[in-house]
Ligand binder design. Structure first.
Ligand code: SAH
Length: 357
């Protein structure tokens, strides 16, 4: 058992079973042992690979997506660029390189990175230092700069803790994590849940809700409805709310038991875009999407960008550009291009962002 696992067992012995939400929050964010707090999880040597780590084109396109909106918003003289969960800072690095070419934009920008991990903050700081822009870090989005804002979040909402409910004896019960008779972590059920907002479902059905993600989206939307701008969230998820368990654990690119190595494996959920969009809309922003990542990237010219990059590339580099393009826009059922969705929200006066058809 991992050190965090031992701590969780002690906690459960003292206080009783804990919610899946609390478990996931601790497994990822515990200050001493949380998964993100102690490591750089990305790349072939890590546990998973994200779009910006696959190809520079991903961040470049999002940078130009922001630049295009800035121009069509009338070139505001101050722009707050916010990224949620920036990982190694790769996406922002690629975005800034692309944005630098747009006359007048750089001088208006300040950057806020929302990041809990000290290890990743360090990597972000190194990645962005050469750009010479003001960068501030926050652990939560409590006090974003009060100016027109563009928000980017790639694979952020899928890392936010989820609550799970299960249908038993005709009622909803919250799923909890307790101990089995060998003192190992195991799933169980609480008493009947306050379920007036939960739909009816057959016996045994599991339902997930991510109040933390919905609350965060509401806060972002409120901020943008007040100060102007737009946001884009890209994640593995479904366009319509449904039933079923999506919590999964990844270690060294392999699925593992989510209760087995808390703090040592990445935990994620599929994002419920219907509920996220509803949270944003309820706070007064206009919604575009969700749409498939492949359609979004292609509408924004990723194929043309790949052709251009290949012109000045060595054969090895050209092969890697092509492989990146194929992976990001793969529309097969398990491909990133169809599993990942793009959702955007914007101030009523902000034009429709590019890429949404
Ligand atoms: N966007 C990056 C990284 C995705 S991984 C990429 O595409 O490569 C998730 C990121 O969110 C990591 O940087 C992680 O440390 C951060 N993170 C996870 N939970 C968070 C939370 N509750 N608050 C702030 N950042 C969080």
């Amino acid at each position: 058992m991992t050190p965090l696992g031992e701590e969780l067992i002690r906690l459960i012995q003292q206080e009783g079973p804990i919610s899946v939400e609390r478990y996931m929050g601790m497994a990822l964010g515990d200050p001493r042992y949380g998964y993100y707090m102690t490591r750089d999880p990305f790349g072939t040597k890590g546990d998973f690979t994200t779009a910006p780590e696959i190809s520079q084109m991903f961040g470049e396109i999002l940078g130009l997506w922001c630049a295009d909106l800035w121009i069509r918003m009338g070139c505001p003289t101050e722009l707050s660029l916010v990224e949620l969960g920036p990982g190694r800072g790769t996406l922002m690095q690629d975005a800034l390189r692309a944005m630098k070419r747009i006359k007048g934009l750089y001088e208006t920008m300040s950057i806020t990175l929302v990041e809990i991990s000290p290890v990743l903050r360090q990597a972000q700081s190194l990645a962005l230092a050469p750009f010479g822009l003001p960068v501030a870090w926050q652990s939560e989005i409590t006090a974003l700069p009060q100016k027109p804002t563009l928000v980017i979040a790639n694979e952020f909402f899928d890392a936010l803790p989820v609550r799970q409910f299960q249908r038993a004896s005709g009622k909803w019960h919250e799923r909890l994590i307790g101990l089995d008779h060998h003192n190992a972590l195991s799933f169980g059920l609480a008493g009947e849940a306050e379920s007036s907002a939960l739909p009816d479902a057959p016996e045994g059905t599991i339902l997930e809700r991510c109040p933390i993600g919905e609350h965060l989206m509401a806060e972002l939307s409120r901020h943008i409805a007040r100060f102007g701008g737009a946001g884009v969230a890209i994640d593995y998820g479904h366009t319509q709310s449904g039933f079923g368990e999506t919590l999964q654990a990844l270690k060294s690119h392999t699925f593992v038991d989510p209760l087995k190595d808390p703090g040592k494996a990445d935990l994620t959920i599929h994002v419920d875009f219907e509920r996220l969009a509803a949270s944003a809309h309820a706070q007064g922003t206009l919604i575009s999407g969700p749409m498939a990542q492949a359609d979004f990237l292609e509408a924004l010219g990723i194929k043309e960008r790949a052709l251009l990059l290949k012109k000045s590339a060595t054969p090895d580099q050209a092969a890697s550009i092509e492989a990146g393009l194929t992976r990001l826009t793969d529309r097969s059922p398990k491909g990133m291009g169809s599993l990942f969705k793009v959702l955007s929200f914007r101030h009523a006066d902000c034009p429709q962002p590019a890429g949404f058809v």
